[in-house]
Design a protein around this ligand. Sequence first.
Ligand code: BEZ
Length: 187
Amino acid sequence: MTFDTRDHNGRMTHFDQHDSFWLFGYGSLIWKADFPFLERKPAWIDHWSRRFWQGSHDHRGIPSAPGRVVTLISERGARCDGMAYRIEPSLLQQLDMREKNGYLRELVPIHFSPTSSVDGLIYLATPDNDAFLGEAPLARMAEQIAQAQGPSGSNRDYLLNLEQALRELGASDHHVSALASLMSDYK
Ligand code: BEZ
């Protein structure tokens, strides 16, 4: 698979004929909603775990020194908390551009409560994309995050903003809090 996922995502037409649909954000979309939305609500998706396993060459790093940003790993019984946005389909082109570094649209059930859910989209970076870095020892991932910088800012701020946003949602994510707690080891 090539780096730039815009063509692939543009061929995914699930919600083209809808007035609006739900997009679930589990990373920077939780705190950085720099797009118009009709409504937003805390939500979760089941059987997915958030991991800092995707390389960022265009936002929180550069090609010679990529940062690490989140993607989701399929895991039976897991729960990933985040923020859902009801948006108009015309916005997808802009989001495809923002998430073009390896992220594909994927259809998932999004839960608002134990009795309320809807099918919506996530952006997912799978292990077969060229920017995927995968697992590494926690300390190595923390060091990489502490040092990386890109056009959208420092990788450290990305991690700490995510940790704060999850705390404000009342959500716990052991992987994110473990990495965030290691940031004080780096200046
Ligand atoms: C998210 O917040 O859901 C997200 C942000 C960037 C890429 C993929 C997902």
